[in-house]
Design a protein around this ligand. Structure first.
Ligand SMILES: [Mg+2]
Length: 310
C-alpha cells in the first residue's frame, strides 16, 4: 500500500458527503460552500526524521508547515485565511520555537491562527490545517484537456538542491537552503491562474514526476514533458553537478518546490505569464494516454517523486 491506497480506502469508509462539500478528498484542498462563500480546506504535517533533520531550526519547521499549507490553497486559486496548528516536541522550549516560526509565516502570508494543540513527544511534529477563501471557481486537478500546454511557475530543483547542501553540510548555497527551509508558496500566481480560468492546477510538493501524474490521472489524459525545458537556476545546477547529480532529474523528482503546475491553452498561459511577476515556463503538453518524459527527444523511464510511505 502507498499513500494513495490509504486515501482511497479511507474515502471508501466515508458516508455520502453533505451538500456543502463541493469537492471531497483527493485534490490539493477540499472545497466547501459555507453561507455565501466558497472555502477550501487542507492539512499537511511535518515530522522530524522524515521531513527534516537537525539542520532545520524549530522556527524553520513551524514556518514551513504553514507555507506548505498555503501552497495547497494557492493550488486551488484560493486566498489563505485561517490556520489551526498542532505540534509535538521533546520540550516546551522547542515547541515555542516552532510557534515563533508559525507566527512569522502567518504574518508573511496573511493568515490568522485560530488555535491548535501541543504535547510532548520524542519526534518534533507540526500539523497545520488551513482554510482559504475562493474568489473564483476552484481550479481542480481534473481539468486538463488534450491540446493544453503544461507550465510551471518559478524554478524547479532549488529546494532539492538546498536539501542536498544541508544534508552534505555544504558551506554556502544559502539561497537554495532557504528555498528548502522556507518555501515561497505562489498565492498570487494561483489566484491569477484561477481568474483566467486555467484548466488544471496542482502545487509541486512531491516532485514534478509525481505531481504531473496526479493531474493526468485526475483528468483522464496523458502528457509529454520535456526535461530540457525545466527551469533550473544556475546555483541549483552548480550544486547538483558538484555532487554528481543530474540537475534536470533532480528538478523533476526532488520535490518540495511548492511551485504551481498549470495546464491551460497556450494563449491563457501567455496571459498568465504577462500578469504575474515570476517566470511561467512551458515544460510540456497534454497529449496521448501515458506519462511521457523526454530528454533530447528520447524517452526517460521510471521517473517518480516522493513516496510518503517509502
Ligand atoms: Mg498539494
Amino acid at each position: 500500500m502507498n499513500e494513495f491506497d490509504v486515501i482511497r480506502k479511507f474515502s471508501g469508509l466515508l458516508p455520502p458527503a453533505p451538500a456543502e462539500v463541493l469537492v471531497p478528498i483527493g485534490d490539493d484542498c477540499a472545497v466547501l460552500r459555507l453561507g455565501d462563500g466558497t472555502w477550501v480546506a487542507a492539512s499537511d504535517m511535518l515530522v522530524s526524521g522524515r521531513h527534516f533533520k537537525g539542520w532545520a531550526a524549530p522556527a524553520d519547521v513551524g514556518y514551513k508547515a504553514v507555507a506548505v499549507n498555503v501552497s495547497d490553497v494557492a493550488a486551488m486559486g484560493g486566498i489563505p485565511r485561517f490556520v489551526l496548528v498542532s505540534g509535538a516536541a521533546p520540550d516546551p522550549e522547542m515547541a515555542l520555537g516552532v510557534f515563533e516560526g508559525v507566527a512569522e509565516a502567518c504574518g508573511a502570508f496573511g493568515v490568522y491562527p485560530l488555535g491548535g494543540d501541543t504535547t510532548r513527544a520524542d519526534a518534533l511534529t507540526v500539523d497545520v490545517a488551513i482554510l482559504g477563501e475562493l474568489g473564483a471557481a476552484p481550479v481542480l486537478r481534473s481539468g486538463a484537456r488534450p491540446g493544453d500546454l503544461l507550465a510551471v511557475t518559478g524554478e524547479l530543483g532549488a529546494s532539492a538542491a538546498g536539501l542536498l547542501a544541508l544534508e552534505e553540510g555544504r558551506e554556502g548555497f544559502g539561497r537554495l537552503k532557504k528555498r528548502h527551509l522556507r518555501p515561497l508558496p505562489r498565492t498570487e500566481a494561483g489566484r491569477a491562474a484561477a481568474g483566467l480560468g486555467v484548466g488544471a492546477m496542482i502545487d509541486l510538493s512531491d516532485g514534478l514526476a509525481s505531481d504531473v501524474r496526479h493531474v493526468c490521472e485526475a483528468s483522464g489524459v496523458g502528457c509529454r514533458v520535456d526535461l530540457d525545458l525545466l527551469p533550473v537556476a544556475h546555483d541549483a545546477r552548480e550544486l547538483a553537478a558538484s555532487l554528481g547529480r543530474d540537475p534536470a532529474l533532480l528538478a523533476a523528482t526532488g520535490g518540495e518546490d511548492y511551485e504551481l503546475l498549470v495546464s491551460a491553452p497556450e494563449r491563457v498561459l501567455r496571459t498568465l505569464a504577462e500578469t504575474v511577476d515570476i517566470p511561467v515556463t512551458v515544460v510540456g503538453e497534454i497529449a496521448g494516454s501515458g506519462i511521457d518524459f523526454r530528454r533530447g527527444g528520447d524517452p526517460v523511464d521510471h521517473l517518480s517523486g516522493w513516496d510518503h510511505f517509502a
